[in-house]
Ligand binder design. Structure first.
Ligand SMILES: [Zn+2]
Length: 108
């Protein structure tokens, strides 16, 4: 007879819960960063999907705020500065913008 059944309320489940929470927060932060990069490029090039991306960012930020309020509070101002620094005039070629690279013919 096997006695290897684990207690789901054991000490390790608390750790697993915490790790799952951190993984989820990390995934949301990565998702926000990717959306913000795409949003800045879309807005800089006057593309209509900028509004949709801004909405998606707001949804992800709300998720971060609920999952990890202290991280949200710590990063919110950094996001604003980082997002603003990613914006550029459409005619200005930058090395970090996919749409600028395409316009420049660099991706060929
Ligand atoms: Zn660009």
């Amino acid at each position: 007879m096997s006695t290897t059944q684990q207690n789901p309320a054991g000490p390790s489940s608390v750790t697993n819960l915490e790790q799952a929470r951190e993984r989820r927060a990390r995934a949301l932060l990565d998702r926000r960063d990717e959306l913000a990069r795409r949003w800045a490029q879309a807005l800089s090039h006057n593309r209509p999907d900028a509004d949709d991306l801004a909405y998606e960012i707001a949804v992800v930020e709300e998720g971060i705020s609920k999952a990890d309020p202290s991280t949200f509070d710590a990063l919110f101002r950094e996001w604003i500065v980082a997002d603003a620094s990613r914006l550029h005039e459409p005619g200005t070629m930058t090395g970090s913008c996919v749409m600028c690279d395409v316009a420049r013919g660099g991706v060929a």
